[in-house]
Design a protein around this ligand. Structure first.
Ligand code: SF4
Length: 460
């Protein structure tokens, strides 16, 4: 059976039409909100500045990481470095042992998905709760997230009603408010009894060692302040040099993600609870994770992908993502940024499949708040994959390139193709196979464009 994005997309379209409907509706809504929110400000100038700030940070990442570590240590946090997912899991395992953790509450974190933290917690017998409502829904459903910002974007109300009815015993026709209340009841109890909170980080400010978290539900604030231990999982690319950089980044993130002026809850965390503070964790651990980021950073054509602030705007505007949602990509990161990041983080060979989940419409480049050249990078992955294509395919394209760069051959072959097409009576030659099947039929013109043009010039 065929594997990869193409096969998964085909299956999703045939078997789950409701996914397409839900994803399209939600992403169009997000995208319209983003467009309106960008129009309210000097978005181009903000995006240029944000892109330059991120490029600057990436170009001095070693320096900013050391600075952030020093500030975090000075604030009373412990800092850990994880080269890959195994390292990160080992660090978590040791912390869970050290504090005798039995119950964990989690804030939404794509890095936690990348590191397969839930699998680790399950293996260790630690009870855990995803506390973002969307994440909680997909935890109940036993599914991975389908979108960076809206993990349950692919589910409609009927599906969530059925799920909550089965798992939480809510009435089969419960209102959205009643569903949220049922989730809140479970999660409140979890916040109050958990030993450890695990979160990601939207940004880490190097000059102060501040961990910045942005959310709309207040669940991250509870996850990071109620339990006695808080563990932050932060990709090494999450740094910003200065606190004042947040002024633009916080607004850009919210505007790009949902069209809000700023996230409903913005938490700036500086170390664990001080003796005179009423709440907050007794222990704060920050785990800086590489997991392939250094090799992306070393790639001159790809490093800007590390500027990503995970707003999801490129997914929302992508006509390909809208058809299937994120699961068809079969990876943690989907949509345009997933196509660019996944082969760099995991395996370049993944680009042979993912690189083609793109129509090269370039809409993603127009919306990205940090101006990552996503279409150019996707094309670069295609070029790299093409170098590993089967010999016959490479020969066919080399021949095609010869043809297209020699006007005489081009004219003769065009003539031959028109004759062949008129003899077979078929508008497409069989050699075009599946590619032709996905396109509208064209009737071959009896004359080439050049012949018609020359005739017209003669008649003028
Ligand atoms: S690549 Fe740009 S648009 Fe896409 S999620 Fe990242 S920051 Fe947002």
């Amino acid at each position: 059976m065929a594997k990869g994005y193409k096969a998964a997309a085909k299956r999703a379209l045939a078997e789950q039409p409701q996914v397409r409907e839900s994803v399209t509706r939600a992403t169009l809504h997000f995208d319209a909100n983003r467009a309106r929110a960008y129009a309210e400000v000097e978005a181009e100038a903000w995006r240029d500045w944000a892109a330059a700030t991120k490029r600057h940070t990436l170009s001095r990442l070693d320096r900013y990481l050391i600075q952030a570590e020093a500030r975090l240590l000075a604030s009373g946090a412990e800092v850990h470095w994880a080269e890959d997912a195994d390292d990160a899991q080992q660090i978590l395992r040791e912390l869970i042992d050290r504090y005798g953790v039995q119950r964990v509450v989690k804030g939404k974190s794509m890095l936690s998905e990348e590191l397969e933290v839930n699998g680790l917690l399950e293996r260790l017998g630690v009870e855990f709760f995803e506390t973002d409502l969307g994440e909680y829904i997909i935890q109940l459903a036993g599914e991975p997230p389908s979108h960076i910002v809206g993990p349950a974007i692919h589910k409609n109300l009927e599906e969530i009603r059925a799920l909550f009815h089965e798992k939480l015993g809510t009435p089969p026709d419960a209102s959205p408010g009643a569903l949220a209340a049922a989730a809140r009841k479970v999660l409140r109890e979890a916040f109050l009894t958990a030993d450890m909170g695990i979160s990601g980080a939207n940004f880490v400010v190097a000059e102060t060692g501040t961990v910045v978290l942005v959310e709309n539900e207040g669940n991250i604030r509870l996850s990071t302040s109620a339990p006695r231990v808080h563990v932050v999982l932060a990709g090494i690319e999450k740094l910003l040099p200065r606190v004042c950089d947040l002024e633009i980044f916080l607004q850009l993130l919210a505007r790009a993600a949902t069209g809000q002026k700023i996230g409903t809850f913005v938490s700036l965390l500086n170390g664990p609870r001080r003796p005179d503070e009423p709440d907050g964790p007794e222990h704060l651990h920050v785990v800086f994770v590489d997991n392939g980021r250094s090799s992306v950073l070393a790639d001159r054509e790809m490093y800007e992908a590390l500027s990503c602030i995970r707003c999801g705007a490129c997914l929302n505007t992508c006509p390909v993502y809208r058809q299937t949602g994120g699961h068809a990509y079969g990876q943690v990161y989907s949509g345009p940024i997933g196509i660019v990041l996944t082969p760099g983080l995991r395996d370049p060979r993944l680009a042979e499949d993912l690189g083609y989940a793109c129509s090269l419409c370039t809409a993603c480049a127009d919306v990205c708040p940090v101006k990552i050249p996503l279409p150019k990078q996707i094309l670069t992955w295609r070029v790299r994959s093409a170098k590993r294509a089967p010999a016959a395919e490479r020969m066919a394209f080399a021949g095609y390139a010869q043809l297209m760069t020699r006007p005489r051959f081009y004219r003769i072959s065009g003539k031959l193709l028109r004759i062949a097409a008129s003899l077979t009576g078929a508008p497409w030659l069989p050699v075009l196979g599946a590619w032709a099947a996905g396109h509208g039929a064209l009737e071959p013109s009896p004359k080439s464009f050049r012949e018609i043009w020359e005739e017209d010039l003669g008649n003028a």
